[in-house]
Design a protein around this ligand. Structure first.
Ligand SMILES: [Zn+2]
Length: 124
């Protein structure tokens, strides 16, 4: 870490929706194509900007599951909608801007992906 002070607030967890989708997939209610729909950009971002998830893919059990953070927000200009590391997010909020950070789980092998949390990153 770079030492800048980042405060994360208003976290919204999407883990229940993730578990529910996986339950429906296991029950045969949704197809693998429907749950494994990461596009090229998302898979590429996960490979180059993501970090290891620390657990296997819930769909294909690959151990290359990645966690990638996307930033959004009116104050971000051209940086909105890009993948960023913790250090980059710390620098962005240290410059006085606020960002919404979407943490997404992505499997480069089977293209499973799901939003885990959405949180506001700020300095206060
Ligand atoms: Zn997978």
């Amino acid at each position: 870490m770079t030492g800048e002070h980042v405060v994360y607030r208003n976290e919204v967890s999407h883990r229940f929706a993730r578990a529910e989708l996986l339950r429906r997939w296991r029950a045969g209610e949704v197809s693998r194509d429907e749950v494994c729909d990461a596009d090229f950009l998302l898979v590429t971002a996960a490979q180059y900007h993501g970090v290891p998830a620390g657990h296997v893919c819930p769909v294909c059990e690959s151990d290359d599951l990645r966690i990638v953070q996307w930033i959004h927000g009116e104050q971000l200009g051209r940086m909105a909608g890009t993948a960023r590391s913790d250090e980059e997010i710390a620098r962005i909020v240290a410059s006085g801007r606020e960002a919404t950070v979407h943490t997404v789980e992505v499997c480069p092998r089977c293209r499973w992906n799901h939003l885990l949390t959405a949180v506001t990153a700020t300095t206060r």
